[in-house]
Design a protein around this ligand. Structure first.
Ligand code: NAI
Length: 342
């Protein structure tokens, strides 16, 4: 009897421990372009996640050292390195989330579209490998121009017969992070509380912060709206110019991408309250791809939140109409790139 009561106490304690464990499962994440300016700090932030059991780092060079270095952090995930195309397939097998910051960044005077020729080929090649090795994974595209590289990825996945629009994301989290920061500063709000949805695309005027939908509810003068919108749209260029030829945003980008990875993993783990803005295939309006707030679930996009786009201010309505031709052209450029390939 003594033994029985002891073991039932143990069981009871085990049940409590299980309840205390915040996460039911853990996941494998691959970073492609992991030795780069974004890739390294992003890998570090992902290494800190309790939801990650394995971190697969891929690059064409210099990734062995990054992996050796990170592997000494006493956090749960196992870090593995993969160098060059011959090791790409093994990097991708069995992963739940693939994050792609591979490619060249902007220098002063360049637009994101100027990166098209180099990065389009890199994304196409990497997505072909994703299609062949982990077609069910969530795919997070960071490589610019996101307005074109996401449609490129979609077309490649379609050609391979494995396209799932609910699992392909253009990472626009940095636009939201910037909007939240700048609005909180301007209005003297507590940063942690501020949430500004950002819709449209991820370049110049296609980035449309919906300031009227800021939470907590906040009012802005017309001048504040104009200044904040312009600053959020040009924030990337602010960093490119400050770095003066040494690249574009890497640390804030890594922070934003890590938040998007963590949100995705929480959704995969069954958290029913995960919302993020992302550039996805969308039927919110006539554009085939559009960034908006989405509810994330176990299968990727669970719902597209249309409410943010209702009851826009006149300024936002005009900006929305103004961004559509440029965004459409960037999407079509991406689609055409895949179809003109031999
Ligand atoms: P970086 O030049 O520091 O790093 C890029 C990495 O990609 C390098 O380690 C390079 O070896 C690797 N790489 C190149 N070709 C590759 C291939 N075929 N396969 C695998 N890896 C390859 O550049 P950074 O600053 O990390 O930027 C990366 C990309 O992210 C750029 O396209 C940049 O425009 C974009 N970006 C996107 C943002 C967003 O909000 N979505 C924000 C900031 C940058």
């Amino acid at each position: 009897a003594l033994h029985e009561s002891f073991s039932s106490k143990l069981e009871a304690r085990q049940r409590i421990t299980n309840q205390l464990q915040p996460y039911a499962s853990t996941f494998k994440v691959a970073v492609l372009g992991a030795a780069g300016g974004i890739g390294q700090p992003l890998a570090l932030l992902i290494k800190m996640s309790p939801l990650v059991s394995a971190l697969h780092l891929y690059d064409i060079a210099n990734v062995k050292g990054v992996a050796a270095d990170l592997s000494h952090c006493n956090t749960p995930s196992q870090v593995l390195d993969f160098t060059g195309p011959a090791e790409l397939a093994n990097c991708l097998k069995g992963v739940d989330v693939v994050v792609i910051p591979a490619g060249v960044p902007r220098k002063p005077g360049m637009t994101r579209d100027d990166l098209f020729n180099i990065n389009a080929n890199i994304v196409k090649t990497l997505i072909e490998a994703v299609a062949d090795n982990c077609p069910d994974a969530l795919i997070h595209i960071i490589s610019n121009p996101v307005n074109s590289t996401v449609p490129i990825a979609a077309e490649v996945l379609k050609q391979k017969g494995v396209y799932n629009p609910k699992k392909l994301f253009g990472v626009t989290t940095l636009d939201v992070v910037r909007a939240n920061t700048f609005v909180a500063q301007k209005k003297g709000l507590k940063l942690i509380d501020v949430d500004v949805p950002v819709v449209g695309g991820h370049a110049g005027i296609t980035i449309l912060p919906l300031l009227s939908k800021t939470r907590p509810s906040t009012t802005f003068t017309d001048k504040e709206v104009e200044e904040l919108t312009a600053r959020i749209q040009n924030a990337g260029t602010e960093v490119v110019e400050a770095k003066a030829g040494a690249g574009s945003a890497t640390l804030s980008m890594a922070y934003a991408a890590a938040r998007f990875v963590e949100s995705s993993l929480r959704a995969l783990d069954g958290d029913a309250d995960v919302y993020e803005c992302s550039f996805i295939q969308s039927d919110l309006n006539e554009l085939p791809f559009f960034a908006s707030r989405v509810k994330m679930g176990k299968e990727g996009v669970e719902a597209v939140i249309s409410a943010d786009l209702q009851g826009l201010t006149e300024f936002e309505e005009k900006a929305l109409e103004a961004l559509k031709p440029e965004l459409r052209a960037s999407i079509e450029k991406g689609v055409a790139f895949v179809h003109k390939q031999p």
